[in-house]
Design a protein around this ligand. Structure first.
Ligand code: ADP
Ligand code: ZN
Length: 210
């Protein structure tokens, strides 16, 4: 099964993508994670993306389309995959179609802007392995420390409140039109994001069935 997760930044699509990935044993491909990894290791692509990501802007289409082409060509994507954070623009969706990739379901996680802004302030990430946490909704076992590698958790630069507002603006302008794009194909399923992660997961699993 090939699945796309849509939704505003911080709506929790990454968390839901992971749950579905475990259930269906197919990999999650997160362009955000791939770009942040490139930033950490200082690759050429990372350097190109840095100013965009830190300002809350989208990385240029040709860069992310290149990332996705390479990633989806890998062996572990043969039996299906979950896209988290791609496509984010109409040209990105068209590029996916042009690659001949057939999408089975598009899950859109809906959360209101004011809730998102509040949630993002609690998000923390591991600078070493990239794992993500939340002060309220997804606490690490030990405060401020990564469960997986024990590094000290930090706030992402692009989770600063001003940048979050810019990211929401970009989402409404560039990404939200994808809802119509996929509604027309009959593959869009809307999930109302709940306060509780497990409740959202239950709705997500149900949405994948119909
Ligand atoms: P979020 O957690 O807000 O959904 P991501 O981790 O998916 O954010 O992405 C963080 C940043 O990475 C974006 O603000 C953008 O700069 C860049 N990025 C990720 N995916 C894409 C994409 N498909 N197109 C353009 N830029 C992207
Ligand atoms: Zn870690």
């Amino acid at each position: 099964m090939n699945i796309i997760f849509l939704g505003a930044p911080g709506a929790g699509k990454g968390t839901q993508a992971e749950k579905v990935s475990e259930k269906l044993s197919i990999p999650t491909v997160s362009t955000g994670n791939i770009i942040r990894e490139a930033l950490r290791t200082g690759t050429e692509m990372g350097l190109k993306a840095k100013s965009y990501i830190e300002a809350g802007k989208l990385v240029p289409d040709e860069v992310v389309i290149g990332i996705i082409k390479d990633r989806l060509a890998q062996d572990d994507c043969k039996n299906g995959f979950i896209l988290d954070g791609f496509p984010r623009t109409i040209p990105q969706a068209e590029a996916l179609d042009a690659m001949g990739i057939v999408i089975d379901k598009v899950i859109d996680i809906e959360v209101a802007d004011d809730k998102i802004a509040a949630r993002m302030s609690g998000r923390r990430v591991c600078p070493s392995c990239g794992a993500s946490y939340h002060l309220e909704y997804k606490k690490p076992e030990k405060d401020g420390v990564c469960n997986l590698c024990s590094a000290e958790l930090v706030q992402r630069k692009d989770d600063a409140p001003e940048t979050v507002l810019e990211r929401l603006k970009v989402y409404h302008e560039e990404t939200e039109p994808l809802k119509d794009y996929y509604a027309k194909t009959g593959k869009l399923r809307i999930v109302e994001g709940q306060e509780n992660v497990a409740d959202t997961t239950a709705l997500t699993f149900k949405a994948l069935e119909d």
